[in-house]
Design a protein around this ligand. Structure first.
Ligand code: G4P
Length: 538
């Protein structure tokens, strides 16, 4: 910017422009873990891939999830992976693989500027992909599509693109196109570069000889006599009928560049990295409430530090018994020892030993700018959605809680342990592992999006709080956060509905409906009361 009034420090602008912060989204089994590893491999962050298998078998062992999660090592510490690639700093945020953890996944997606969507070329668009894309759409997050497993017998590429466009309502702009598939998968044609990239299983560096320039090149006829005709027909069709890639449409979340490849064979991975660098946006401005009076866009290169907590993880390392708040920097620069304001708590806080995460080790962070994720040790002071700032009282918006779909009442085997149970549930609730509601009379109700969450909480209560709790089914269909137009309505509503009321961990009132019908009737009876299926943190 040549504007002499620009308030932004030039080095900060330069450093922010180099950041790329993204997540990979996919239906389980489409190849997210594999692609993650291959991106790290190409980014030089790990030396060899090969943990995929171990992680895979671990995922099925749901009952001893915590134990397994500890053994998996990489997946626990790999919630965030930072690596440098071609002069850029890339932050890859992991989303939990199991669909039961979709709530956590949703929140991670609030902290990224772009997403890579992996589609299994044999299966096409699957249920979890649809849900995740809906979440990305809330913020118009730009999406890069990777159609994976071309080395298998898969569906027609045109079919796949049509399905993505129809079901996910996003325009597809093919950037590469397969040359053959399954056993006859020979490579991809790069539509912009007009060259064929030959497929070699498992290679790490592409040699010159594997790039054949020009689709009309006679070498292609010699090498791929069976497949080249189809490719030329396809390309003619694409050039006539499909959308050319348009960066503006991509950045607006309306169009997705599509790449074909095979993650397990390292093929197509380099093109994804290149797209992230060339096309994915650097850290974007974010909306925040200011002093609870209005809102403004916080620019990433503003000098004053700010950001928000989007995830909490306990006991990353059993030896430390700590809780780590994952914090996305939205503006300014982190420096060790800096003082920041914890807006919700209304007090100062020193950020001394923030961590960054390099593949499978923790590293002390000494410098971070917008787009970077830092890990802040804490003992419960920080909750999901909390904002820390150096300047005014900001509150970043859009980090959602979703209404749980499953409910259980917590009961103790040993009634003398009720204090520990309360403490454990309060802390696990703040961490976002489960949603916890306190009922009239002090009983605790748990709410989850997936059944596995209950198992994890039961195990953690036992391990970390020495509490043996039983979870019993509860007569609850759904929960709605309540807002009231005035004090009188609130009091009247509470008097009438006392049996169906609870409070979440932050003390917000919640209506616990016994059935859909019960909810409808109550909503009809109280038209001025707001019943909300989601609530923002903080
Ligand atoms: P996820 O994280 O999305 O759940 O998927 P993940 O990477 O674990 O991959 C799911 C399965 O698909 C794995 O097979 C993996 O090896 C395989 N896979 C990933 N990419 C490709 C590809 O490009 N081609 C082929 N043919 N397979 C691919 P698995 O049988 O579950 O495990 P494993 O026994 O192969 O390790």
């Amino acid at each position: 910017m040549t504007d002499t009034h620009t308030p932004y420090p030039p080095e900060l602008m330069r450093d922010v422009a180099k950041r790329r912060t993204f997540a990979i989204i996919s239906h389980p089994d489409a190849g997210k873990t594999t692609l993650t590893e291959k991106l790290l491999l190409f980014g030089g962050a790990i030396q060899l891939a090969g943990t995929v298998k171990a992680r895979k078998s671990a995922r099925h062992a749901t009952s001893d999830w915590m134990e397994v999660e500890k053994q998996r090592g990489i997946s626990v510490t790999s919630s965030v992976m930072q690596f440098d690639y071609q002069g850029h700093t890339i932050n890859l945020l992991d989303t939990p693989g199991h669909e039961d953890f979709s709530e956590d996944t949703y929140r991670v997606l609030t902290a990224v500027d772009a997403a890579v969507m992996v589609i299994d070329a044999a299966k096409g668009v699957e249920a979890q992909t649809i849900k995740l894309l809906d979440v990305c759409r809330l913020r118009d997050t730009p999406i890069i599509t990777f159609v994976n497993k071309l080395d298998r017998e898969v569906r027609e590429p045109f079919d796949l693109l049509a399905e993505i466009e129809d079901v996910l309502k996003i325009q597809c702009a093919p950037v590469t196109w397969p040359l053959g598939m399954g056993k006859a998968f020979r490579g991809v044609y790069h539509l912009q570069q007009d060259q064929v990239l030959r497929f070699t299983a498992g290679e790490e560096k592409r040699s010159e000889a594997e790039v054949i320039k020009g689709i009309a090149n006679a070498q292609l006829d010699t090498l791929f006599p069976m497949e080249i005709g189809q490719l030329r027909d396809d390309v003619e069709l694409i050039q006539g009928a499909s959308n050319p890639f348009m960066i503006g449409e991509f950045l607006a979340g309306k169009q997705s560049p599509v790449f074909f490849g095979s993650g397990i064979n390292n093929f197509g991975v380099q093109e994804i990295l290149q797209a992230l660098i060339d096309w994915a946006p650097p850290p974007q401005p974010r909306e925040a409430a200011v002093n609870s009076t209005g809102t403004r866009m916080v620019q990433p290169a503003e000098e004053k530090f700010s950001g928000f907590v989007f995830k909490i993880q306990a006991n990353m390392d059993p030896k430390h018994r700590d809780r780590i708040a994952f914090f996305r920097i939205c503006s300014g620069r982190y420096s060790a020892g800096m003082k920041v304001r914890h807006v919700r708590a209304g007090r100062e806080m020193k950020l001394a030993n923030a961590l960054t995460f390099m593949a499978n080790e923790r590293v002390l962070m000494d410098d971070g700018v917008a787009g970077d994720i830092i890990g802040i040790h804490n003992h419960g002071q920080l909750q999901i959605g909390d904002t820390l700032t150096e300047g005014e009282n900001l509150g970043f918006k859009g980090i959602p809680y979703f209404s749980p779909e499953l409910f259980r009442a917590a009961r103790l085997r040993d009634p003398l342990k009720s204090k520990q149970l309360q403490k454990g549930l309060q802390e696990l609730g703040e961490e976002g592992a489960i949603q916890v509601f306190e009922l009239e009379g002090g009983n605790m109700l748990l709410g989850a999006v997936g059944v596995l969450q209950f198992e994890v909480v039961a195990q953690r209560l036992k391990d970390e709080y020495k509490v043996d709790a039983i979870f019993e089914s509860a007569d609850i269909h759904t929960a709605r956060w309540l807002t009231f137009p005035d004090e009188l309505t609130r009091r009247n509503f509470e008097r009438e509905q006392v049996m169906r009321l609870g409070k979440d961990v932050d003390g917000n009132p919640v209506y616990l409906a016994s059935s859909r019908y019960n909810l409808e009737v109550t909503m009809e009876k109280w038209p001025k009361v707001g019943f909300h299926a989601t609530r923002e943190h903080g």
